[in-house]
Write a protein of this length. Structure first.
Length: 164
């Protein structure tokens, strides 16, 4: 079966925008699994002929209470179970948060390939001052992207398919 890329991160960082960018013109498949029926969260796509599936974990509802951290723990669990590659997305406008650190800690322990995307860096030649804080997550080099204007997205896709 096709490699699975899971997009994880706290609400509003741009996961769905990125997901739609990767899969928007492709046929969506709705997973027949409890908890993942709410949104269009699973789709298959390809990059340079390499086929893969993408999961937008933001569409997964927590079984417990609706607070951000439990939601994110649940998303991270799904990503850790199912994904071949985890895209961990953070918000370059807001900078590093405690919730980012919490999830990074869970993801680090998986041993899976993790790509750290700093979204909303809309001016590629102008990194925000807080950009370097993301190195502290301990999951490798942060990659600046803008899902809104597609900056750097092609390079990220090269990196993703190279890691299957
Ligand atoms: P999600 O909750 O992580 O799925 O985030 P969404 O994809 O719904 O995006 C949250 C908000 O951020 C929306 O208003 C998007 O238009 C905005 N957004 C997403 N990507 C970018 C980006 O690269 N730059 C900027 N400036 N805004 C973005
Ligand atoms: Mg979303």
């Amino acid at each position: 079966s096709k490699p699975i890329v899971a997009v994880v991160g706290r609400p509003n960082v741009g996961k769905s925008t990125f997901f739609n960018l990767l899969t928007g013109t492709k046929k969506a498949i709705v997973e027949d699994t409890p908890g993942v029926t709410r949104d269009r969260i699973y789709a298959e796509t390809d990059w340079n002929g390499r086929e893969f599936a993408v999961i937008d974990t933001g569409g997964i509802e927590a079984r417990t209470d609706d607070i951000i951290l439990s939601q994110m723990r649940e998303q991270a669990e799904v990503a850790m179970d199912m994904a071949d590659v985890i895209v961990f997305m953070v918000d370059g406008k807001e900078g590093l948060t405690a919730a980012d650190e919490e999830v990074a800690g869970m993801l680090r322990r998986t041993g899976k390939k993790i790509i750290l995307l700093v979204n909303k860096v809309d001016k590629a030649n102008q990194l925000p001052d807080t950009f370097y804080d993301f190195y502290n997550l301990g999951i490798g080099e942060p990659i600046p992207i803008s899902s809104a204007n597609r900056t750097n997205v092609g390079d990220v896709l090269d990196d993703i398919v190279a890691s299957f």
